[in-house]
Design a protein around this ligand. Structure first.
Ligand SMILES: [Fe+2]
Length: 298
């Protein structure tokens, strides 16, 4: 492994189609549609997203991680549009996606739409969540926290089946000496979002991460930056949230660049946070993490 550049964006919320069939919104989608038409379309701006993506592409990252909420109502037409947008980012071998709560807004939404994104979310073995991709010394692991919820709720749940498989994937990747980067839409730790938006089994997810170890956790959902840390049996792991890639507030749209390179006794991770301003893109935050790990290949 010589070093890999990973770009992280999230909560893209691509514009809704101009026409939405009323038969598709006779459920929780009606409230979300109203919210989109009243205010959210003013917050999530396609021209802002285009500038963020152009800045990201100019950096020519090896890999691009998109952590959910590409859609607003999880409509099949939104899934198809998002597929085209994903294809515009790059080849499915280097672009990967996990769903967010909006992508599973009502029961069956994800099941109906998921096929459109399949090349972007399946693991190297063709399996679904949690999937694993090996890329240049990294083990990229995608976890789904997207489940349908009652109106006014945006909670997430990973579930026992995914947690069990995640534990096995983390242990296997450690045995291979890989740097494990876990992606999940909802923040796993407390202190980031209101109770009605939280990850219901966040403590159980953190238990698995702590017990089996991970090098880094990336999430979205809050539309804000978060820099937290989780203690694991292998050492502390940064848990980092990126703002929405298209929003004008509560924080400016942003993307995160990670340069991950081996160093003696572990990995060095250099984070550069790039955010949108009316004058152009700027660097808002930089940090270097030295992840000391016994399993890292010498
Ligand atoms: Fe979300």
């Amino acid at each position: 492994m010589r070093g890999v550049t990973l770009a992280h964006i999230s909560d893209v919320h691509l514009p809704l189609p101009a026409r939405v069939d009323w038969r598709d919104v006779l459920n929780k989608r009606a409230l979300s549609l109203l919210s989109w038409r009243r205010k959210r379309h003013l917050v999530h701006r396609p021209e802002v997203l285009a500038r963020v993506v152009a800045d990201m592409q100019a950096a020519a990252p090896d890999l691009i991680a998109v952590t959910g909420d590409l859609t607003n109502l999880g409509l099949p037409d939104e899934y198809r549009r998002a597929r085209k947008w994903l294809e515009g980012l790059g080849d499915a071998g280097r672009v990967m996606v996990i769903p967010g709560n909006h992508d599973a807004l009502v029961r069956g939404a994800w099941e109906a739409g998921a096929g459109a994104w399949r090349p972007f979310w399946q693991g190297d073995d063709g399996e679904g969540f949690p999937w694993l991709r090996r890329r240049g010394g990294l083990a990229l692991i995608g976890v789904s926290s997207a489940v349908a919820t009652p109106p006014a709720r945006a909670t997430g749940r990973v579930g026992a089946a995914q947690l069990a498989r995640l534990g096995a994937l983390l242990a296997g990747a450690r045995a291979e000496g890989l740097c494990r980067v876990v992606m999940v839409h909802h923040p796993p730790l407390d202190g980031t979002v209101a109770a009605r938006k939280r990850l219901l089994d966040g403590p159980a997810l953190c238990d698995v991460l702590a017990r089996e170890g991970a090098e880094m956790v990336l999430h979205g959902h809050s539309h804000r930056s978060h820099f937290q840390k989780l203690e694991t049996q292998d050492g502390p792991a940064p848990v980092i949230g990126v703002p929405s890639a298209s929003a004008t507030h509560p924080e400016p749209a942003a993307w995160h660049r990670y340069e991950i390179a081996p160093e003696t006794g572990g990995w060095r991770v250099t984070l550069t946070a790039r955010r949108h301003t009316p004058e152009g893109m700027e660097t808002s935050h930089t940090a270097t993490h030295h992840l000391t790990r016994a399993h890292a290949a010498p």
